[in-house]
Design a protein around this ligand. Structure first.
Ligand code: NAP
Length: 281
């Protein structure tokens, strides 16, 4: 699969999101486990999870799925909740995540969203667990431009490797200042929910996308994903809980757009021309 530079290393153009995975019956869990293993066997080199996903069930599923795989061949992102953002609570959260994931380190550990703990304290906690070897690097999620600027000015804040924000054709706000700022500051971007999440409640599919998908002989989902990663400047992490969906998403990394096609999409899903409040799911 196509590679991008993410977290200062070669990474597959898409990772695998795992929110709401590991929460079903035995048959569903088995299908999801096989999907994770198919991903790792076929060139997907990043898994995204969080302690709050199914109260640890996503991490537990990943832990079972990755047994027997060479850990250094892929990256794992996990996230701690804002009410665990102090050094002491974060360490406990991390120990629990590592236990569930059956691994001894995370590639990236992210603050899931900003809460009331001062960022200085969170940075200190992250530095401690990084020094102890439990995490390779750290980052944040759902940070808006003002949060990123504030973070980068704090001692150690510029070590933040990634920010993970909502990004799809219907939620383009990050293109205005966050994406350019992160590029300039060498911080990788993860764009989450390329399809507008489970159920698609957050994204309206207009006829232009259906028509274009038909013309290009791909599904609307494939078109949405290909659009998110069109500039090769961010990592998208679609959630797929079946091998069928995963294969379709992997194939979407080969879809290219002409300038006219991109303009047509822009006409219906406009580029932001001013700062808007960061959208989150
Ligand atoms: N940092 C954050 O705050 C945050 C917030 C939200 C999400 N995330 C991360 O981002 C990941 C992705 O976002 P998301 O889970 O919200 O939603 P998403 O990836 O936008 O959409 C997932 C939905 O799309 C379906 N789907 C996937 N591939 C498909 C295909 N080729 N054709 C048709 N349907 C397809 C999935 O069905 P199946 O499940 O049946 O395959 C599922 O219903 C999450 O899993 C999580 O890891 C992070």
């Amino acid at each position: 699969m196509r590679q991008i530079s993410f977290n200062q290393q070669d990474t597959s153009a898409i990772g695998l999101g795992t929110w709401r995975m590991g929460e079903g019956n035995a048959a569903k869990n088995d299908e999801e486990l096989k999907t994770i293993q198919y991903a790792l066997n076929n060139g997907v080199t990043l898994l995204d999870t969080a302690e709050i996903y199914g109260d640890g069930q996503s991490e537990t599923l990943i832990g079972k799925a990755i047994k027997g795989f060479n850990r250094s061949d892929f990256q794992i992102i996990s996230k701690f909740a804002p009410n665990h953002a102090t050094p002491k609570l974060m360490k406990k959260s991390l120990e629990n995540s590592l236990k569930r994931l059956q691994t001894d380190y995370l590639d990236l550990y992210l603050l899931h969203w900003r809460g009331s703990t001062p960022l200085e304290e969170t940075i200190q906690g992250l530095q401690e667990v990084q020094k102890a070897g439990y995490i390779k690097n750290w980052g944040v999620s759902n940070f808006d431009i003002a949060d990123l600027e504030e973070l980068s000015k704090l001692p150690g804040g510029s070590d933040c490797r990634v920010n993970e924000d909502l990004y799809n054709v219907g939620s383009r706000g990050i293109e205005y200042s966050i994406l350019p700022w992160q590029k300039e500051n060498n911080m990788s971007l993860v764009g989450y929910s390329p399809f507008g999440s489970d159920g698609g409640d957050y994204l309206t599919i207009k006829p232009v996308l259906k028509d274009l998908a038909k013309q290009k002989n791909v599904s609307v989902y494939q078109l949405l994903l290909a659009w998110v990663i069109r500039n090769r400047d961010l990592l998208s992490i679609p959630k797929s809980s079946s091998v069928e969906h995963l294969k379709a998403n992997m194939a979407a990394t080969d879809i290219e757009f002409t300038a006219d096609e991109l303009e047509l999409i822009d006409s219906q899903y406009p580029r932001p021309n001013k700062k808007t409040q960061l959208e989150v799911i």
